[in-house]
Design a protein around this ligand. Structure first.
Ligand SMILES: Nc1ncnc2c1ncn2[C@@H]1O[C@H](COP(=O)(O)OP(=O)(O)OP(=O)(O)O)[C@@H](O)[C@H]1O
Ligand SMILES: [Mg+2]
Length: 280
C-alpha cells in the first residue's frame, strides 16, 4: 500500500521569460518551483498549502507532465517520467488533473460529451464510456444536466463538471487544484466523501487548497510551499499545530482577528458593535 508512485528530486521550473522578468521586476521570482524534493506513495492523501503565487498550480502541472522541469528529476511509478508523446498520453490517463479554473478544462458541446472525452481517449468501449460517464455525473450530482452545454452552468457547477471529467478517467493519482473553492457546502461535503472513498480504494490524491481545515481533517500529509520552495512536508497534524510555520508561510493571520477586531470591523462597515445577544 505504500509503494512510491510519484517522486520529485530537486525539481525547478521557470515560466518562459521568468528570468528576464525577474531581472526587470525584482518582486517577481525567476523560478515558480525551486529545488523541490518530495514523494507520494500509493494511497496517499496529501494537501498542498501555500500563499498566492507560492507555486501550487505549477507543482500540480509538473506532476502530470503538462510542464517540463528545467532541472531535477520526476519519476512516475519508479521510472523517470516518459516524455515521449505516447509516454505522456499514458501518464495523463493515469494522473488526472483538475485545473484551478474549470474553463481551462471544459470544451465539448454537452456535459456528457465533455466527461466522455477522457474515457474515449483511453480507448474504452462505448458501453464502458457510458457507464463511466454516468457514474461520474452521479457522484458529482450532475446527472440531470448531462445534455446541457457546460458554458451555461454556474462557476461552481462548471467546477463539478470538470471534476466529473477527471473522475471518469479513474486515475491512479488525482491532482485537484483548489477543488472546494466556490463550491456550496453540500457539494463540498460530497467532494470530500468522494476523495475519502477514492483514497480508501488505493487512489492517491494531491489537493491544493487555502482551506487549513481540509488539510487538518482530511489530508494525512501536507506540503507547504513558500515562494516556490518546499517549506515543509510531513504529517498534517504536525504542520497544522506549528503556528510559527503557518505564520511564516502566510497561511495564518499574524494575530488572528485581534488585528482586525470587532471595533475596527464596526468602524469599517459603519455598523455599530453588536453584542452576542444581537443587542447593541
Ligand atoms: N503562465 C504563467 N506565465 C508566467 N508566470 C506564471 C504563469 N503562471 C504562474 N506564473 C508565476 O508562477 C508563480 C507560481 O504561480 P502559481 O499559479 O503556481 O501559484 P499558486 O500557488 O497556484 O497561486 P494561487 O494560490 O493564486 O492559485 C507566480 O509567481 C506566478 O506569477
Ligand atoms: Mg493556483
Amino acid at each position: 500500500m505504500d509503494s512510491e508512485l510519484l517522486s520529485f528530486r530537486d525539481v525547478s521550473y521557470a515560466y518562459p521569460g521568468g528570468a528576464r522578468l525577474s531581472a526587470r521586476f525584482p518582486a517577481l521570482r525567476g523560478h515558480a518551483i525551486d529545488s523541490v524534493t518530495f514523494s507520494v506513495a500509493t494511497g496517499s492523501a496529501v494537501a498542498i498549502l501555500g500563499a498566492n503565487g507560492s507555486g501550487k498550480s505549477t507543482l500540480l502541472q509538473l506532476c502530470n507532465g503538462l510542464l517540463d522541469p528545467d532541472s531535477g528529476a520526476i519519476s512516475w511509478q519508479g521510472s523517470p517520467m516518459d516524455r515521449s508523446r505516447s509516454g505522456l498520453t499514458r501518464v495523463r490517463s493515469q494522473v488526472g488533473l483538475l485545473f484551478q479554473d474549470p474553463d481551462d478544462q471544459l470544451f465539448a458541446g454537452t456535459l456528457f460529451q465533455d466527461v466522455a472525452l477522457g474515457p474515449l481517449n483511453q480507448g474504452l468501449s462505448r458501453s464502458e464510456v457510458r457507464e463511466r460517464v454516468q457514474d461520474a455525473l452521479e457522484k458529482t450530482g450532475l446527472s440531470e444536466y448531462a445534455d446541457l452545454p457546460p458554458h451555461v452552468f454556474s462557476h461552481g457547477m462548471r467546477k463539478r463538471a470538470a471534476l466529473a471529467g477527471v473522475l471518469a478517467m479513474r486515475p491512479k493519482l488525482l491532482l485537484l487544484d483548489e477543488p472546494t473553492a466556490g463550491l456550496d457546502p453540500e457539494s463540498e461535503e460530497r467532494l470530500l466523501e468522494i476523495m475519502t472513498d477514492l483514497v480508501d480504494r488505493g487512489v492517491s490524491i494531491l489537493v491544493s487548497t487555502h482551506d487549513l481545515d481540509l488539510a487538518r481533517m482530511w489530508a494525512r500529509d501536507t506540503v507547504i510551499l513558500d515562494r516556490g520552495r518546499l517549506a515543509a512536508f510531513g504529517p498534517s497534524e504536525q504542520m497544522m499545530s506549528n503556528a510559527e510555520l503557518l505564520e511564516a508561510t502566510g497561511l495564518r493571520r499574524r494575530a488572528c482577528r485581534s488585528s482586525f477586531g470587532e471595533d475596527r470591523m464596526a468602524a469599517a462597515t459603519g455598523f455599530g458593535r453588536v453584542s452576542r445577544m444581537g443587542k447593541p
